[in-house]
Design a protein around this ligand. Sequence first.
Ligand code: G3P
Length: 214
Amino acid sequence: MKLFLDSANLEEIREVASWGVLDGVTTNPSLCSKENATFEDNIRAICAVCAGPVSAECVSLRADEIVVEGRGLARIAPNVAVKIPICLEGLKATKTLHAEGVPVNMTLIFSASQALLAAKAGARFVSPFIGRLDDASEDGMALIEEIVQIFENYRFETEVIVASVRHPRHVVEAALVGADIATVPYGVMEKLVKHPLTDIGIERFLADWRKVRK
Ligand code: G3P
């Protein structure tokens, strides 16, 4: 299973890359708006730190404009994946960009039918937002299971990015149902490594070690 960082913050991205677990990065306009650098400079810098796919999102709403914007984003670095919200215009743009060899991450997926259409149009990735579904009293992980099953049934090469991750159990359950990727915020990434019994264990071993060294 691949782990992406859901962040536009260079320090966070460098830190997780140093752990040896970073397979890619996803950004969105809200994440980019928190950073000081201009959007394009920031994406270029992220692509220099992370060799894996780095999603940069289009904000145009008409297919022809999304295509032009997507081509521009893809020119920033060879590892840019162009993120496009699911809608009819987005599907048309995905078809064109896919034919040109530009990888598309189709985002804001909230149903299996949306994911199916995205895969058929040629999206390289789909991003279902599970946390936002859970927030609306729905079952985000059930959606992931459906999409994984559909893609397996028809051998779609489109990869499922579990997005809008809120806690470590989301990551574990995503792995159990066979999702290809989870994109994880920095705070949750830190929690993945922690366990109070590990901390207590280290403390105890160090205390005992000090006794035998005397
Ligand atoms: O990158 C998109 C997604 O992960 C957003 O998450 O927390 O804003 O629902 P959130």
